[in-house]
Design a binder for this molecule. Structure first.
Ligand code: ADE
Length: 374
């Protein structure tokens, strides 16, 4: 929210009036000593916030000082040699951030005389700077009373307010951002903003039970009083994956295993696979499929179910290990039956099948001569 908009923000609910003071005092006592907090400047905040966009705090720490040593200010970053820039960024990943950072430095030199701007609208006009980063620079480096709302802050505030709407939706994000904006104390914007982030990192943890017993704001927290904090925030993922139930057959004769080449086009094109079929087969259906390939099944054993996520499809796999008699016929077209060593070293088998590759290392079930043929 821009500084101007903030003045029009609704007042915060009276129930949360004490929240800013509680967060700020807790942060001052409990914050982690991080390089970009011990010495603060707009450039250090810009750099650390871009690095922290997709990388964990612990991973950023060693890179931060090294990067600063190579590019100590905006103008050295604007003039950075691309090779050196990437080298100093190596390990942080997502190199587009480094390239955007250089572009951003360029624009700061060209448009703002080398001085990092302090208002949210100006910051938002720079490449690679979105609403969170703009708020963070304005509040943490310049002390402006604006909100900096990242995933941590959304989680913390969704729990405090027992927000059960989708935090990934613009409506809920805007609502929580407006709430934070209305709470920012004019004299402690940085400690409040970073305090909310720190609560999210140390107490109000993601995907784990929050440490409510240690939380400075548990008395104000509706998620806590309603016993639903751990279930919040609600996130409805946009990319719903199509569910595809499949049956995977690990067909073995002695220590050889049947592999089939996938079609040259489409999903996992040209890679090798265990024969697999649409649908969750019963043992009888699995045996029929083995026979249809020309094999004589001797024994069948169900394997643990497995799951694999592709971008738009989720495979839920039922597996069977089927021991078969030594084939005395040409293998079906596109199939091979290598020994395990060969299978591992010569055939590219996608990780979707890793659970079933692992089962090749389990002892082969003994076949009792008297056992009834399947
Ligand atoms: N994550 C994003 N910004 C951060 C900051 N300033 N301190 C700690 N973690 C962060």
């Amino acid at each position: 929210m821009s500084d101007r908009n903030r003045r029009n923000a609704d007042p915060p609910p009276a129930r949360l009036a004490k929240l800013p003071d509680l967060v700020v005092s807790w942060y001052r006592e409990n914050r982690r000593r991080l390089p970009w907090r011990e010495e603060v400047s707009p450039y250090r905040t810009l750099l650390s916030e871009i690095m922290l966009q997709q990388t964990r705090v612990e991973a950023v720490k060693p890179y931060f000082e090294r990067f600063l040593a190579a590019f100590p200010d905006v103008s050295s970053l604007a003039d950075a040699d691309d090779e050196l820039l990437c080298k100093r960024w190596e390990g942080l990943g997502y190199y587009s951030r480094a390239r955007n950072l250089k572009k951003c430095a360029h624009e700061i030199v060209d448009r703002f005389g080398g001085v990092i701007p302090s208002t949210v609208p100006e910051l938002l006009s720079l490449p690679g700077i979105g609403p969170y980063t703009a708020g963070a620079i304005a509040a943490f480096a310049y002390g402006r009373p604006v909100a900096a709302v990242d995933g941590n802050v959304l989680r913390v505030t969704a729990r405090i307010t027992a927000e059960t709407g989708d935090v990934l939706s613009p409506a809920v994000k805007n609502k929580l951002t407006a709430l934070v904006s209305s709470l920012v104390p004019a004299d402690a914007a940085s400690d409040f903003g970073q305090g909310l982030i720190e609560l999210g990192a140390l107490i109000c943890l993601p995907n784990r039970p929050p440490k409510c017993e240690l939380c400075p704001v548990s008395t104000l927290c509706r998620g806590y009083s309603e016993g639903i904090a751990e279930r919040l925030p609600v996130r409805i993922k946009k990319t719903e994956r199509k569910l595809d139930r499949r049956t995977v057959l690990v067909i073995r004769s002695g220590t050889r295993t049947l592999l089939r080449k996938r079609p040259a086009r489409g999903l996992l094109a040209g890679l090798w696979e265990f024969p697999n079929y649409s649908g969750g087969f019963t043992e009888k259906e699995a045996l029929d499929a083995v026979k249809a390939l020309g094999f004589e099944p001797l024994r069948i054993r169900p394997l643990d179910p497995a799951k694999h996520l592709f971008t738009h499809i989720e495979w839920q796999m039922t597996g069977y290990l089927v021991l078969v008699a030594e084939p005395d016929f040409p293998l079906p077209e596109g199939c091979v039956m290598p020994e395990t060593d060969d299978l591992l070293s010569r055939y590219a088998i996608p990780s979707a099948f890793s659970a079933y590759v692992r089962c090749l290392f389990a002892p082969i079930p003994q076949i009792n001569q008297k056992e009834k043929r399947k």
